[in-house]
Design a protein around this ligand. Sequence first.
Ligand SMILES: [Mg+2]
Ligand SMILES: [Zn+2]
Length: 173
Amino acid sequence: MIDLQRRFVLLDRDGVLVMDSGYPHTPEDYELLPGAVEGARQLSESGWRLAIISNQSGIGRGIFSMEDFQLFHNRLLSDLARAGVPIAGTFICPHEPQLGCDCRKPAPGLIFRVESELHARLQESIIIGDKTTDIEAGRRAGCLGGILLGGGRSIPNLMAAAEMITQGEVPYF
Ligand SMILES: [Mg+2]
Ligand SMILES: [Zn+2]
C-alpha cells in the first residue's frame, strides 16, 4: 500500500525551480522558471511531498556564503508557500567537487538524507532535475524514476513533469 506521507518528488533547484544563471545567489539572480510554481503546486495537490536537493558548490568555492544561500533560498520557499506549496525539506551539498564528498550529485547522499530525516520511501519517490547527474543520483539511491527537464527535450519544465507524474507516466529506472 502506498503511504502518501512517504512518497516524495525530489526537486533539483537551479534549472528546475529557478533560473540557473551559474551559481545563482543574489537578489538579481532570482528568477522563477516558467511552470515551476504551478508544477510544484500540482504535485503537492496530487499528494506528493516535495523536497529540494541541490548541489551548491558555490559555497565551498567561496563564491557566496551560507547566508547568501539562505536569503536566496528563503525567497524561493516563501514564494512557494504563498502559492500553497509546502517544501518538506531542503538538502544541499556545499562542498567543492575536489573534496570527493558523498553528497554532491551524482552521489546519492542528499537523497539518503531525505530518506533518513523525512522518512521518504525512495522506491516510491521520483527525482526531477535538469542535468543527467541529478537523474543518476536518483538511480543510485534506488528511486522509482527520474525526469530530466529542459535542453530542448520534450519535457520543458516542471509543469510538464508534474503532468506526466499525475498521469502515471513516470520514466522508471
Ligand atoms: Mg540544476
Ligand atoms: Zn557534498
